[in-house]
Ligand binder design. Structure first.
Ligand code: BT5
Length: 260
């Protein structure tokens, strides 16, 4: 185990950085980022798996003790991840797919898992973990059940993970500090980077019901607001957005994004 500069702790191998951060929550300082070279039992939302081979990607969790609403933790960590990926892939169309995935067009490059931590039955804070695909080959990404991409598969280049880990921790620190003084500016930026707002999407709810509609907005509690074909609005805070490439004009979205 090695304590890097500033707020980063890098573990050589761990089951899940989120589990480690939750188990050590009371002794870890606020803002600490726990990263792992190898993660043996990475977790996604709703009991799903986050799949990575050793030393090919970023797996890291932030310990956040000053969060106003639980979903804000994923906003802080997600924005850090988005900015990092963008810096290295300036020519790609990189955006948030609600609730907190990062996509390049129709493929997932990163996912965020936020978990509340209770102490004496009260919310003591949130552990928010991010997995970013970095040096996996396109062939390795194709083995996953859903469309996925890595920074390497998107660009043909390999990246220096140690540097990326450090930069991710720095960006989490930066967004966490801005969030403390200007939470609305961080939340507004997160909404703006949800570039599928206005698009027609399918949403699969946890009970497997599928809803189709227009992604109208994101509400005050981070919930997705879908405008249904009958004009009614449907709010939900959990679900999986499915991208149907025939419904979304990625070239147009991507051009609008580059012009900004
Ligand atoms: C997520 O869940 O996307 C949250 C992933 C969070 C991973 C980080 S790594 C550091 C920290 N420690 C942990 O244990 N977890 C966090 P969800 O939206 O439920 O997506 C999971 C689904 O993504 C899986 O069911 C697969 O379909 C897909 N998937 C699994 N591994 C993937 C990968 N490497 N790249 C892209 N998609 C993947």
């Amino acid at each position: 185990m090695g304590q890097g500069k500033c707020n980063l702790l890098v573990l050589p191998s761990v089951d899940s950085t989120n589990t480690y951060a939750k188990q050590n929550f009371s002794t870890l300082p606020d803002g600490m980022v726990i990263a792992a070279v190898e993660q043996t039992a990475g977790r996604g939302r709703l009991g799903r798996k986050w799949v990575t081979s050793p030393d090919t990607s970023l797996t890291a969790s932030a310990v956040l003790k000053n969060i106003r609403k639980p979903f804000h933790a994923g906003v802080v960590v997600g924005l850090a991840g988005l900015e990092l990926i963008r810096e290295y892939l300036p020519d790609q169309f990189v955006f948030f797919k609600w609730p907190n995935d990062i996509y390049i067009r129709e493929k997932k490059i990163a996912g965020v898992l936020s978990e509340g931590v209770l102490q004496n039955r009260q919310l003591a804070g949130v552990v928010s973990g991010i997995g970013i695909n970095v040096n996996q080959s396109a062939d390795e990404m194709a083995l996953l059940e859903n469309p996925a991409v890595s920074m390497c598969a998107a660009s043909g280049q390999k990246f220096f993970l140690e540097k990326l880990r450090f930069e991710l921790a720095e960006k989490i620190k930066k967004y966490y500090i801005i969030y403390q003084s200007h939470p609305d500016s961080v939340l507004d930026l997160w909404r703006e980077e949800n570039r599928l707002i206005g698009e027609n999407l399918f949403v699969v709810l946890p009970d497997s019901t599928v809803k189709q509609g227009c992604f109208a907005a994101i509400g005050d509690d981070g919930e997705m607001i879908l405008k249904m074909p009958d004009g009614k609005y449907f709010h939900f805070d959990c679900g999986d957005v499915k991208i149907d490439v025939s419904l979304i004009n990625f070239n147009l979205l991507s051009n609008n994004y580059k012009q900004k």
